[in-house]
Ligand binder design. Structure first.
Ligand code: UDP
Ligand code: MG
Length: 312
């Protein structure tokens, strides 16, 4: 067996101020490690000189390869592109801004060599993180886990190592709106975790603004679960049931028995109950529609029905 090759995948969006510094750090770390390395930069439509910087790195370092997008497609698309280009027996995804400490690379590799197929970096609390982001991420993971079928580990990041088996399966996934770490979690395989303290950004500022994060979170909900659809059906059933029972009770009480309880129910009240009965029926029909939408949704996602992790 030849020497192992490990791919380092780095999504880059306007990180000109970080690239040279970051590349130097990577070089320093990987010379101390066993396997061969290739470094794949994915330029995700940078608006600064990042691409030039990457090209000059590629010129001076033959381990460097790059992909450049025609425009900004988002980090998720960038990591997917890197994963489909890489040739390594394993790949590690690292942010270009220095927030993922490269010094941990050796530990990731050790876990991999001991048999794990996915090694996930977990962020420990980050003091510099804004309050909104902090609470937002907590609420997001709570909600996601409450309503979805899979389990997503809070504070897990894209700083991860994937074995070649996992990379190949990942590359078969076809859905468009994707969150890399969600899909990797969905794939399964033998996983382990490494805690790291997120560093401050070396230079520049995070391009994942509030709007982009909210959009990503909504995509995650929609792609991970269809439970909200089913909830509509439950709500409709409940409203219909309650208003039917209450309506019947009042009608019988008033018109059959001549209001022995002295409730003096008005026509308006009966009308209100009738309306809510109809609302319930509408919700139930929505739910029926939703069932169809759900199956279309699942079909168009085109995920394979099962994943084979090993074969004899
Ligand atoms: N990134 C990217 N495309 C984008 C936004 C970000 O490839 O549209 C890259 C960015 O260059 C960095 C990583 O993704 O290497 C993480 O981005 P950022 O630091 O902005 O986000 P955060 O640290 O808040 O997750
Ligand atoms: Mg960052």
């Amino acid at each position: 067996m030849g020497k192992q090759l490990v791919s380092i995948i780095i999504p880059v969006h306007s990180e000109a101020g970080n690239l040279a510094w970051h590349h130097q750090k990577i070089s320093d770390v990987i010379t101390t490690l066993q396997p061969d390395f290739e470094i794949i930069y994915v330029d995700d439509g940078s608006e600064d000189e990042s691409l030039d910087a990457i090209k000059s790195l590629a010129k001076s370092d033959e381990r460097v390869h790059y992909i450049s997008f025609s425009r900004n497609f988002g980090k998720e698309a960038a990591s997917s592109a890197g994963l489909s280009k890489c040739k390594g027996d394993a790949a590690v995804m690292i942010d270009a801004d220095g927030q993922h400490p490269i010094d941990y690379l050796g530990e990731f590799l050790k876990k991999w060599q001991s048999g794990y197929q996915v090694v996930v970096g977990i962020r420990t609390a980050n003091a510099k993180e804004g309050l909104v982001k902090k609470i937002g991420s907590k609420v997001f993971y709570k909600l996601l886990n409450a309503i979805s079928d899979g389990e997503t580990i809070p504070r897990s990041t894209d700083f991860r190592l994937l074995d070649r088996l996992v990379i190949d399966e990942f590359n078969k996934l076809t859905e468009r709106s994707r969150i890399t770490r969600g899909l990797v979690d969905w794939l399964g395989y033998r996983r382990t975790f490494i805690e790291f303290e997120a560093q401050a950004r070396h230079s520049g500022k995070a391009t994942y603004g509030f709007n982009k994060l909210v959009k990503l979170a909504l995509h995650a909900f929609v792609s991970q679960t269809t439970k909200p659809l089913r909830f509509i059906g439950f709500l409709g059933g409940l409203v219909t049931f309650i208003s039917a029972i209450a309506g019947l009770f009042l009608l019988v009480e008033k018109y059959v028995f001549g209001d022995p309880l002295g409730l003096a129910v008005t026509g308006t009240a009966l009308l209100a109950l009738f309306v809510s009965l109809l609302v319930g029926l509408v919700l139930i029909s929505n739910w029926l529609l939703a069932l169809y939408v759900e199956s279309i949704h699942n079909e168009t996602q085109n995920r394979p029905l099962y994943i084979i992790s090993e074969q004899g």
